[in-house]
Design a protein around this ligand. Structure first.
Ligand SMILES: [Zn+2]
Length: 247
């Protein structure tokens, strides 16, 4: 999981269309999220999907994997926060597995926000809500350098000593086996290349040094490319595991 910088002024136009405004008002009038495709379709419009896909590079906000199928996900669940169903700062990009695991759970330690009487700020309520609700799930668009609170093991497992990050890991099941395996593959591939070079240049220390330097440079370049999966894990490898790997 990494921090994402969303431009809250670049609101996809369909989130402000007359029909979406009408549907939003219907939820508010009913004091609940009304079911049905005519309501669900409003947050799945093409321009919303595209804006979120571009912002997240097609990767899940929670696990950083890029599945073939992704969902427009409500950070605050629409069933409990029906007025935020079409709010730009409440929409994120998530894979089906994290989305399903998170479901409608949303732990808070403060006071729950209530539906506002005035919807003129409907696309930028999250910042204020975060401060009054003390949400336990980490919002990737409102907290900086969140990857620094994560710890990984060489088998790809993930945890955190930060209470809220561990809540996020547990809720979205970020330590699930398929993700552990995928993360482990990133490290295994890197280590395999290093070991190949060590073997190839076992009697040529200068060439080995240069070759390893190139491999590390490439790995750092891949880590700095936001299109790649598991950036938090790659950064952790560089910061915490690299010295041991190349020793
Ligand atoms: Zn995910």
């Amino acid at each position: 999981m990494i921090s994402i910088k969303k431009d809250l002024t670049a609101i996809p136009s369909s989130l402000n269309s007359n029909l979406t405004n009408q549907r939003r008002n219907e939820h508010i009038a009913a004091s609940q999220y009304l079911k049905g495709s005519k309501y669900d379709s409003r947050y799945k419009m093409k321009d919303i999907k595209k804006a979120l896909y571009d912002l997240y590079y097609g990767k899940c906000a929670f696990c950083e994997y890029a599945p073939s199928e992704s969902h427009v996900e409500h950070f605050r669940p629409k069933d409990s926060y029906w007025w935020l169903a079409y709010s730009w700062d409440n929409l994120i990009f998530a894979c089906p597995k994290c989305n399903k695991a998170k479901n409608n759970t949303f732990g808070i330690k403060g006071a729950k926000a209530t539906c506002p009487t005035d919807t003129s700020n409907i696309h930028k309520l999250a910042k204020n809500y975060n401060s009054i609700e003390l949400n336990q799930l980490i919002h990737p668009e409102f907290e900086l350098n969140i990857h620094l609170t994560l710890q990984f093991q060489q088998d790809g497992s993930i945890s955190s000593t930060d209470t809220r990050m561990q809540y996020t890991v547990d809720l979205c099941k970020l330590d699930r086996e398929d993700l552990r395996d995928k993360r482990k593959t990133v490290l295994d591939d890197f280590m395999e290349k290093i070991n190949d070079r060590k073997f190839q240049y076992q009697n040529e220390p200068l060439k080995l040094k240069e070759s390893l330097r190139n491999l590390i440079r490439d790995f750092i370049r891949e880590t700095n490319n936001p299109k790649n999966t598991f950036i938090a894990w790659r950064k952790y490898i560089i910061q915490h595991l690299l010295a041991t790997i190349i020793a």
